[in-house]
Ligand binder design. Structure first.
Ligand SMILES: O=C(CO)[C@H](O)[C@H](O)COP(=O)(O)O
Length: 213
């Protein structure tokens, strides 16, 4: 399994230092949340900020677009240093086309579902994606409480992967801590995104290790 600290919870006045710190404390992926103030009721940062920290690490930049019509930004995000680009199925009319668009940039493609969206909605693209991100909170803000009904979706995605020989990683995001991480791993998650739990911990190595165990 992998741990992907979400830099949404970093101290933006020293973002580079925080990035280097989580890498040295065991991060596998760096989760980068881009919000447009439209698809979600919050704004974060965009490709320029990601580009400015790209040189600090070789770790995978796992970019989660919370953007309406993400097709407008795929090229820019890929050129700014993303290794994985994940888009919400609810944010585009053409999920299959956007996934192809991401792959054409040479970047891995992910699809994201909100807590209110069933797995069936993305079944037709599961063969095409490298990652499925199951939101375990409603997107837009760090520090929210984990929604337990997401666990069944993780199990369902794991079973579908086994039945069909699909290749995607199952990632979870929102309210992940020492307790909820165990439940997600038992259900079949491969990648745990955690923001506030890691960044508010006084020992980040301990926090990351506790998610693994
Ligand atoms: O995508 C996100 C918000 O939309 C964040 O990555 C997520 O909420 C992580 O934050 P926390 O671990 O504090 O819940």
């Amino acid at each position: 399994m992998k741990v992907a600290p979400s830099i949404l919870s970093a101290d933006f006045s020293k973002l580079g230092d925080d990035l280097v710190d989580i890498v040295s404390n065991g991060a596998d992926y760096i989760h980068i949340d881009m919000m447009d103030g439209n698809y979600v009721p919050n704004l974060s940062f965009g490709p320029m900020v990601m580009k400015s920290i790209r040189h600090l690490t070789d770790k995978t930049f796992d970019c989660h677009l919370m953007i309406e019509e993400p097709e407008r930004y795929i090229k820019l995000v890929a050129e700014s240093g993303a290794d994985i680009i994940s888009v919400h199925v609810e944010a585009t009319k053409h999920i299959h086309r956007v996934i192809q668009q991401i792959k054409q940039t040479g970047t891995k493609a992910g699809v994201v579902i909100n807590p209110g969206t069933p797995v069936e909605v993305i079944e037709a693209v599961l063969a095409d994606v490298d990652l499925v991100l199951v939101m375990t909170v409603n997107p837009g803000f760090g520090g929210q409480t984990f929604i337990p009904s997401s666990l069944n979706k993780i199990k369902q995605l794991k079973a579908l992967r086994e039945e069909n020989n699909y290749n995607y990683e199952i990632e979870v995001d929102g309210g992940i801590n020492e307790d909820t991480s165990k439940k997600c791993l038992e259900a079949g998650a491969d990648v745990l995104v955690a923001g506030s739990y890691i960044f508010s911990h006084n020992n980040r190595k301990e926090a990351i290790d506790s998610l693994r165990n």
